[in-house]
Ligand binder design. Structure first.
Ligand code: HEC
Length: 307
C-alpha cells in the first residue's frame, strides 16, 4: 500500500514537471513548441492538423480512402479543438486524405501512406448555399411542405397530419431510401419535359424496379396534393432556397468517433442485408465472420473477415 502511494506520488511529480517543462518550452521557444504539440502517431496511423484561413478547424471530418485493397476502404475521424486528428490502424496502402465539414467545401486530396503527418488545408464555403450542399439529406427533406393540421381529415384514408407524415417518412418513402440527397432534391433534365414539376414527380416515382411500391406509397395519401407538394419542394430548391436549419459540427465525445467503411463488393453488385450475430444473444460470433446477402445482384453469398 505504502509502496503504491510512493509510486503514484512520484508519477504525479514527474507529470507536473513535464507539464511545467512543456509550458516553459512552448512559451519560450517556437521551434520546441511545435515538437511538444505534434500529433503522436504509430507507423500504421496517419495524423496531423487541419487549418483554414480562419485558423484551426475543429469538429471537421478527415477522411482517408483507398482503392488499393480488394474492395474500397475508408476511415473517418474528427478533428479536436486544435484541429488535430489521428486516423488509427490503417491497412498498408496509399490513401487519399481530405477534409469535409459543415461550413466548408471539400478540400483537395493529399496522397499519403500510414506513418505520415499531414497538414491539411480546409476550404471555407464561399456561401451558405455552397455550405448547404453537405448538410444531411434530412435537412433538405424537412423543407417539404406538409398539409396543415386543419386540412385533415380530408379524404379517406388520410385521417390526420400524423398519418401523412408517417407515409412520406417512416412507413412509406423512407422504408427503402432517404430523400433530400442531391439525386432526389433535384429533377434530372433527362427525365423529360413536363407541364409541371408535379407531373415530373408523377413520372419519376414510376421509374425502376420499385415503381409499384413507390406509386403504392404515394397513393396512400391524397396523391395529387402530395405530388404538388413534392413539385413545390424541388422548385423551391431549384430557385435557390436552402434548409432553414444549420447542422452543428460534432462536439465533445462525438469527436472521438472513428468510422471504418469497407465495401462488401464492387460497384457492379449491391448488398441488401448483413448479419453478424443473434440479437437475442449479441455475444454469438463475437469478432467473427460477417455474412451478407446480395439479394438479386449476384449469385454468391458474401462473407467478410477481419484482416
Ligand atoms: C419499396 C422500396 C421503395 C419505396 C417504398 C420508395 N422508393 Fe423511391 N426508389 C426505390 C428504388 C429501388 C429506386 C431506384 C429506382 C431505379 O432507378 O431503378 C427509387 C428511386 C427513387 C427516386 C429517383 C432517384 C433518382 O436518382 O432520380 C425518387 C425521387 C424516389 N425514389 C422517391 C420516392 C418517394 C417520394 C417515395 C414515397 C412516395 C418512394 N420513393 C418510395 C425504392 C423505393
Amino acid at each position: 500500500m505504502r509502496m503504491k502511494f510512493v509510486a503514484l506520488g512520484a508519477l504525479a511529480a514527474v507529470t507536473s514537471f513535464a507539464l511545467v517543462l512543456g509550458y516553459w518550452i512552448s512559451s519560450t521557444s517556437p521551434a520546441a513548441s511545435a515538437v511538444v504539440k505534434a500529433v503522436a502517431i504509430d507507423s500504421d496511423d496517419i495524423g496531423g492538423t487541419v487549418t483554414s484561413d480562419h485558423g484551426a478547424e475543429a469538429g471537421v471530418w478527415v477522411i482517408a480512402e483507398t482503392t488499393d485493397l480488394p474492395t474500397k476502404y475508408a476511415k473517418i475521424v474528427v478533428t479536436d479543438e486544435k484541429g488535430q486528428f489521428v486516423i488509427p490502424d490503417l491497412p498498408r496502402a496509399t490513401y487519399n486524405v481530405w477534409v469535409r465539414g459543415y461550413g466548408l467545401v471539400d478540400s483537395a486530396k493529399s496522397r499519403a501512406m500510414p506513418g505520415k503527418i499531414l497538414d491539411l488545408k480546409a476550404v471555407a464555403a464561399p456561401s451558405d448555399k455552397a455550405a448547404a450542399q453537405y448538410y444531411p439529406a434530412l435537412y433538405w427533406y424537412a423543407m417539404l411542405k406538409i398539409p396543415a393540421k386543419g386540412e385533415f381529415p380530408n379524404s379517406d384514408p388520410m385521417k390526420s397530419q400524423g398519418r401523412w407524415l408517417d407515409i412520406v417518412k417512416t412507413d412509406g418513402c423512407y422504408t427503402c431510401h432517404q430523400l433530400g440527397d442531391a439525386a432526389t432534391r433535384t429533377l434530372p433534365p433527362a427525365l423529360g419535359k413536363f407541364h409541371s414539376s408535379a407531373d415530373a414527380w408523377e413520372r419519376r416515382i414510376q421509374s425502376g424496379q420499385a415503381s409499384a411500391s413507390m406509386a403504392g406509397a404515394i397513393s396512400r395519401v391524397d396523391t395529387h396534393h402530395a405530388l404538388a407538394l413534392f413539385g413545390d419542394w424541388t422548385d423551391r430548391i431549384a430557385a435557390g432556397e436552402i434548409p432553414f436549419a444549420k447542422p452543428s459540427r460534432p462536439q465533445g465525445v462525438e469527436r472521438n468517433v472513428v468510422v471504418t467503411l469497407w465495401d462488401w463488393n464492387s460497384p457492379k453488385a449491391y448488398l441488401h442485408d448483413e448479419i453478424s450475430t443473434d440479437k437475442r444473444n449479441p455475444h454469438v460470433n463475437a469478432g467473427g465472420i460477417l455474412y451478407g446477402s446480395p439479394e438479386e445482384s449476384s449469385d454468391g453469398t458474401l462473407v467478410f473477415r477481419r484482416v
